[in-house]
Design a protein around this ligand. Structure first.
Ligand code: FAD
Ligand code: FES
Ligand code: MG
Length: 277
């Protein structure tokens, strides 16, 4: 659970995104694209889920990429190579179904770009022709551009302010791609409005959309019920039944409400120094 390396992918306008390589030999042996780990940065801290962006079974390592959004991700961001995490559990969740679909479009928004990276690599390796569309609020917040561009057959970027690529949303480009060429699958990870729109746009074009949901999680193993989502009118646990689901079946309003359930309780002042393990 030792942190072997840490680099800063984004440090822009008060927002930071880090990449960390962790020593996790047992997890690395079983890790597959689409799965996540649950991390406790310190003994007193909460558990948070983070996607495994890369794994190397030979080196016994996994890589995480995380954005500092609140208390725990800031606590994690304060750790340095040589420090150890208090706890790490994984791999968790179903892996992405990797097979030859044909033409696949992958959409990543914000830190969701990191989450599509392993899936893009595995789908490409399975012989799919992949179109990657990544977006962020502005150029300074775009991550893994070089890595994804080198994997993709077609590559697009979008920023809200037009500072890089198209001015607008990744879903605007998705609409155009779907009109231009037949696609067999859309895979989207990012903010809820983006995944909802991607599912709608894909559905309108008759294309299946798979989304990886960011439901609130505690244990990540199906025991607490915190990650309940409604999919196709049925209650599912995102950690063990997902985190991927058919986008057109997700109750997006409920997911949004549940995700903001504890916002008032999270708005405390970070006491990073006192909680650093
Ligand atoms: P807080 O201030 O506590 O919360 C900020 C927001 O983060 C909340 O409004 C809520 O939407 C979300 N959040 C808070 N606690 C949790 C929790 N226990 N579980 C899920 N969401 C929570 N983020 C990344 O930066 N990189 C990733 O690779 C990544 N992968 C994820 C994979 C999965 C399967 C899920 C469900 C989430 C993933 N996230 C990822 C989101 C990450 O877990 C949250 O950003 C993190 O938990 C925020 O914790 P915090 O204490 O820093 O912020
Ligand atoms: Fe507890 Fe899914 S996180 S059941
Ligand atoms: Mg928190």
């Amino acid at each position: 659970m030792k942190i072997l390396s840490k680099d800063t992918l984004v440090d822009h306008a008060g927002l930071r995104i880090f990449r960390m390589v962790l020593d996790a030999p047992l997890i690395s042996r079983k890790a597959r694209a689409g799965q996540f780990v649950v991390i406790m940065a310190s003994r007193e801290g909460e558990r948070i889920p983070l996607t495994m962006v890369e794994s190397d079974s030979q080196a016994g390592t996994i890589t995480i990429v995380f954005q500092e959004t609140g208390f725990t991700t800031r606590m994690l961001g304060a750790l340095e190579p040589g420090d150890s995490l208090y706890a790490l559990a994984g791999p968790l969740g179903h892996a992405t179904e990797i097979k030859k679909y044909g033409n696949v479009v992958l959409l990543g928004g914000g830190v969701g770009v990191a989450e599509i990276y392993p899936v893009a690599g595995s789908l490409k390796q399975a012989g799919n022709r992949i179109t990657v569309i990544i977006g962020a609020r502005n150029k300074g917040l775009l991550i893994l551009k070089k890595e994804l561009e080198s994997l993709a057959d077609n590559f697009y970027t979008a920023t809200d302010d037009g500072s890089e690529g198209r001015k607008g949303f990744v879903t605007d480009i998705l609409e155009e791609v779907l009109k231009k060429e037949k696609q067999d699958l859309v895979y989207a990870v990012g903010p809820i409005p983006m995944m909802k729109k991607a599912s709608f746009v894909s559905g309108a074009a008759g294309v299946r959309a798979v989304v990886s949901l960011n439901a609130l999680m505690v244990d990540g193993t199906g025991m607490c019920g915190c990650c309940r989502v409604s999919v196709g009118g049925q209650t599912k646990f995102s950690c063990v039944d997902g985190p991927e689901f058919e986008g057109d079946k997700v109750d997006w309003e409920e997911l949004g409400l549940r995700n903001s359930m504890y916002c008032d309780k999270e708005s405390h002042i970070c006491r990073l120094n006192s909680l650093k393990p």
